[in-house]
Design a protein around this ligand. Structure first.
Ligand SMILES: [Zn+2]
Length: 284
């Protein structure tokens, strides 16, 4: 997810943003934000911590918006380098986070926050997470810094999606409508263009898959192992065009591992998906 490189609007030096990374597979997203005397790290998708000082913590707190690699893969290295740095995320993201380190499977080194529950990080600093759509557990992060004169707010959307998808409900703008944040850091992946409805895109994709199967082709769908892979599996297993049909689906190991995590999280996923039986074979 590319995030615009910004220096936030500031009042003196009250609010500032230093991007260590703004997106892409190589760079990942990692933003250091300052609110008054407080430094926070928003996401750590960095492949390497070279840009961060070795002996000085880059922030007093770190917050992970969601479990996608380009936002989260650097958190384990971050924890190893700064073991006292508290890392917060949503409960669902906490359940998915270790998929980023399949060979290490670390014990949880993060703390989880409930949706929409304001949490005091310091007497004058508060964090609140809102469901952002896009991926189960993905959060928009609202920070509030209270000074004697006024409160300053910063909203970081992380990756977000307004429409409902198969495995997560979309970001509810109603919840955020009354906010007037002093700083908004927003993802820009889809630009400002209007895109076709998701259901329409799904229909087009399924029509193409159907045609290929009719011609007895085998299909290879290269997908990220977390998120889109599971969305497509649910689609293929639940859409009326494919239900009851003998279509053999093989998945790569990382996709399957994420499916297993999702199974454990079923009660927290949309009701429609809770009745969709998993039926796939794992590629060796
Ligand atoms: Zn994402």
């Amino acid at each position: 997810m590319p995030v615009a490189r910004v220096m936030a609007a500031s009042s003196g030096s009250t609010l500032a943003c230093l991007p260590y990374g703004t997106g892409g597979d190589r760079e990942g997203v990692c933003l250091q934000v300052r609110l008054g005397p407080h430094l926070l790290l928003l996401d750590c998708g960095l492949n390497s911590l070279d840009a961060l000082a070795v002996d000085t913590q880059p922030a007093a707190w770190a917050i992970c918006s969601h479990a996608h690699a380009e936002h989260a893969r650097g958190f384990l290295a971050l924890h190893h380098r700064y073991p006292d740095l508290p890392i917060y995320t949503s409960e669902l993201t906490g359940a998915l986070l270790s998929l980023n380190w399949p060979s290490e499977q670390p014990e949880p080194f993060w703390q989880t926050l409930a949706w929409r529950s304001p949490t005091q990080l310091a007497p004058d600093l508060q964090v609140q997470l809102f469901p952002a759509g896009h991926l189960p557990g993905a959060a928009a992060i609202l920070l509030t810094y209270q000074t004697p004169q006024r409160a300053y707010t910063l909203l970081y959307t992380g990756d977000f999606f307004l429409s409902n998808s198969r495995l997560v409900e979309g970001l509810s703008l109603e919840m955020l409508r009354s906010l007037a944040p002093d700083v908004l850091i927003v993802e820009g992946r889809y630009g400002t263009a209007r895109h076709p409805r998701r259901r329409q895109l799904e229909k087009q994709l399924l029509a193409q898959i159907e045609e290929a199967l009719m011609r007895e082709y085998s299909l290879l769908l290269p997908v990220p192992p977390l998120g889109l892979g599971q969305e497509l599996l649910v689609l293929l297993r639940s859409h009326h065009q494919f239900t009851g049909r003998d279509v053999e689906i093989w998945v790569a190991g990382q996709v399957a591992a994420a499916c297993d995590r999702y199974l454990n999280l079923l009660p927290q996923l949309p009701a429609a998906v809770q009745i969709c039986p998993p039926s796939t074979t794992v590629l060796g």
